[in-house]
Design a protein. Structure first.
Length: 498
């Protein structure tokens, strides 16, 4: 087997044993296996092939250049406009210029448009902060008397009231005593196994659509904007977390409360990825193009393509959450502790869980009734056809999207994603903690660059073959960030020279 495939297979085998230890509540073995998982992640990084280093004057790929430009223009906002907590002291301000455009291989007008687009995102986050301030004032003194604000935000709730509220930047936290609290990773990974037993999912326990309409109207008039926008904005603001673990949750959520997620689009609270595990509506997938009426029944026409299309969107959303978790860890300068790698790399149950609603949809009687009416056939004929669809989709979920590498099938989407995450995390950690160039610190730019690139990069790029072969795991951070960062600094120096 290919060395990388073998290393990933070993990683997944260790993750499976770790999962069984968690199920048995064997805490000693769980800790031991969690550390072993971390060792396998490091081994995956060590055997992954390195892409060629760019030549000194080689222009960056367009996606890399765009990510760097957005990072350069977003950094001043995070250190000045959105300075709720300053995570660094002085940061250089970058402005569009012909020299910067040349360094990035972009047109000067493109830089202006990118900066304007970021200004719009920042303005939206500032409106979010104003809404939060208005709510806080409306609730009286939530730090001392949380009941009035709780009643406003959770009308008719049967859950225990918040012990207190916390206000950080653009986020409002209801701190509630929870008998079955979620782990702190639930902030970004709400589909984790066992989530159905949590007392509250942090990002979905509050739902602005249940608020008193008069409250929404008042807030709409106070800060400006249509009521539908205010509802979406509030869903981004309010978060319910365990009172006993307040500091861990608030620290992990800095990625959102400081505006990083708003600026980059990675790890946003709304729309939440919790929808990945919800039951699909009967009309969620239209039959056009893959189901055809044939006599009294239905004929199938490449139904796996339909599954792959929907699976791609679901896995991309799942990866956005994992990227958010990695960025949040990096922002707070967490070490890459071996025992904390399991939650990032246990992709097998994650992938199967987010794809399961598609399989359930295929055999749901409600779906059959909808398709029968849509196609003009009897429900029993639909059921027979959809049973075949479900079997085919289940095979694709288990062996193409999921599945451990084997001699016969050395690569699956699951294995490709694991190698990509391992290499990307290692390069991000290494460069984030690298010594700064004397001309400017780079850690903030690096984190923004990574998030912007990952937000816009299509997931399918990771398994796009070159000359009939899969490329090495993508390492845009390790391959491109530092040489492009030095090129930018050189260009700015040339601009500022007399």
């Amino acid at each position: 087997m290919h060395p990388l495939s073998a290393a990933v297979a070993d990683l997944f085998e260790a993750l499976a044993r770790h999962g069984r230890a968690v199920t048995r509540s064997d805490e000693d073995q769980r800790r031991q296996l969690a550390t072993e998982v971390g060792g396998h992640v490091a081994h995956v990084v060590s055997v992954a092939e390195q892409g060629p280093a760019p030549a000194k004057d080689e222009p960056p790929p367009r996606a890399v250049a765009l990510a760097m430009a957005r990072a350069l223009f977003g950094s001043p906002h995070l250190s000045q406009t959105l300075s709720v907590f300053t995570t660094a002291s002085e940061y250089r301000v970058f402005v569009p210029s012909p020299q910067l455009a040349d360094a990035l291989g972009l047109a000067p007008w493109e830089l202006e448009e990118l900066r304007n687009d970021l200004d719009v995102e920042v303005a939206a986050f500032l409106k979010q902060s104003r809404a939060l301030h208005w709510l806080w004032s409306k609730g009286g003194n939530p730090k001392i008397a949380p009941a009035p604000l709780w009643t406003l935000l959770f009308p008719g709730s049967v859950q225990p009231q918040a012990e207190r509220f916390a206000y950080r930047g653009g986020r409002l936290y209801a701190l509630v005593d929870q008998p079955a609290p979620p782990p702190v990773e639930a902030l970004y990974l709400p589909w984790l196994p066992g989530s159905e037993r949590w007392t509250a999912v942090p990002t979905t326990h509050f739902a602005a659509r249940y608020l008193d309409p008069s409250l929404v109207r008042s807030l709409s008039r106070a800060i400006g904007g249509p009521e539908a926008e205010i509802v979406d904005l509030l869903d981004e603001v309010v978060c319910v977390v365990p009172a006993d673990d307040e500091q861990a949750f608030l620290l992990k959520d800095r990625w959102r409360s400081e505006g990083w997620s708003a600026v980059t689009g990675i790890g946003r609270a709304h729309p939440t990825p919790a929808w990945l595990t919800l039951r699909l509506a009967p009309d969620a997938i239209e039959p056009d193009g893959w189901l055809e009426k044939q006599g009294d029944g239905l004929a199938l026409k490449t139904p796996t393509r339909v599954f792959d299309r929907h699976a791609m969107g679901r896995i991309a959303t799942m990866m956005n959450g994992i990227y958010g978790e990695i960025c949040a860890r990096t922002l707070t300068r967490e070490k890459i502790d071996a025992h904390r790698q399991s939650v990032l790399f246990d992709l097998d149950p994650y992938i199967q869980r987010v794809l399961q609603p598609l399989l359930d949809w295929a055999v749901d009687p409600r779906t059959h009734r909808h398709l029968a009416g849509r196609m003009g056939v009897e429900p029993e004929h639909v059921g027979a056809a959809m049973a075949q669809v479900r079997d085919g989709w289940a095979r694709a979920a288990a062996t193409s999207w999921g599945g451990v590498p084997t001699e016969e099938r050395p690569f699956t989407v699951q294995s490709i994603l694991a190698a990509h995450l391992a290499v990307s995390q290692a390069s991000l950690h290494r460069l984030f903690h690298a010594e700064d160039d004397p001309r400017a610190p780079h850690s903030r730019i690096l984190l923004l660059f990574v998030a912007h690139y990952l937000k816009d990069a299509p997931l399918g790029r990771l398994w796009k073959t070159v000359d009939g072969k899969l490329p090495p795991p993508e390492d845009v951070v390790g391959q491109w960030f530092w040489p492009l960062w030095l090129r930018v600094l050189d260009a700015i120096d040339a601009t500022e020279s007399p």
